[in-house]
Every structure is written in structure tokens, then in C-alpha cells.
Design a protein. Sequence first.
Length: 106
Amino acid sequence: MAKEFMLTNFQEKVLSAIKKIPKGKVSTYALVARGAGKPKAFRAVGNALHINPYAPVFPCHRVVKSDGSLGGYAGGVKKKIALLKKEGVSVKGNKVMNFHEILMRF
């Protein structure tokens, strides 16, 4: 039996926004906040992604810090790196390579 999750309206908007990030691209917590309609709520985006019950289908691993560094991941940073690399994103020293070229803006 599938477990039901109660998400807030904001959490649902965050998940809806990250679902739009295609494989091979990344976005930032700040850009996702903007995409969810709350441009100053980038910390709240991190909290919403931390409890993402649908990862990696809703790809929270594609969200990084504004400087291209990886930030956190509930499954661990090594898993985040592995998922990104599997999708063609190059990571070196916990930073996304070619960050500005693969950045998705909302």
C-alpha cells in the first residue's frame, strides 16, 4: 500500500518546479524559489527538497547552490554526484562544471 504524504501548497509548487528541470541541467535553490512563486524562500526550498518523498522522480538532485556547488542531498552528496553524472552533468570538487551553460532558469 502506497504511503500518502501531506505536502503544503508551497512544497507542491517546489516539486512542480523541479519536475521541469531536464536531465543534464541544474537549477539553483533561488531560481526554484522564484519558479515556485516565492523568490526569497530559497531556504524553504531546501527544506522542501529535503523531505521530497518522490526523489528521484521529482529530481531534487538537480538543484544546487547559486555558485554551482552541490549543497546537500538527503541521500548523501555521493549519491547526488552519482545521479548527476549519470545524467551527463560533470562534477569536480563538489562543483558543477559548465555551471552557467547547463543552468535552467524559471
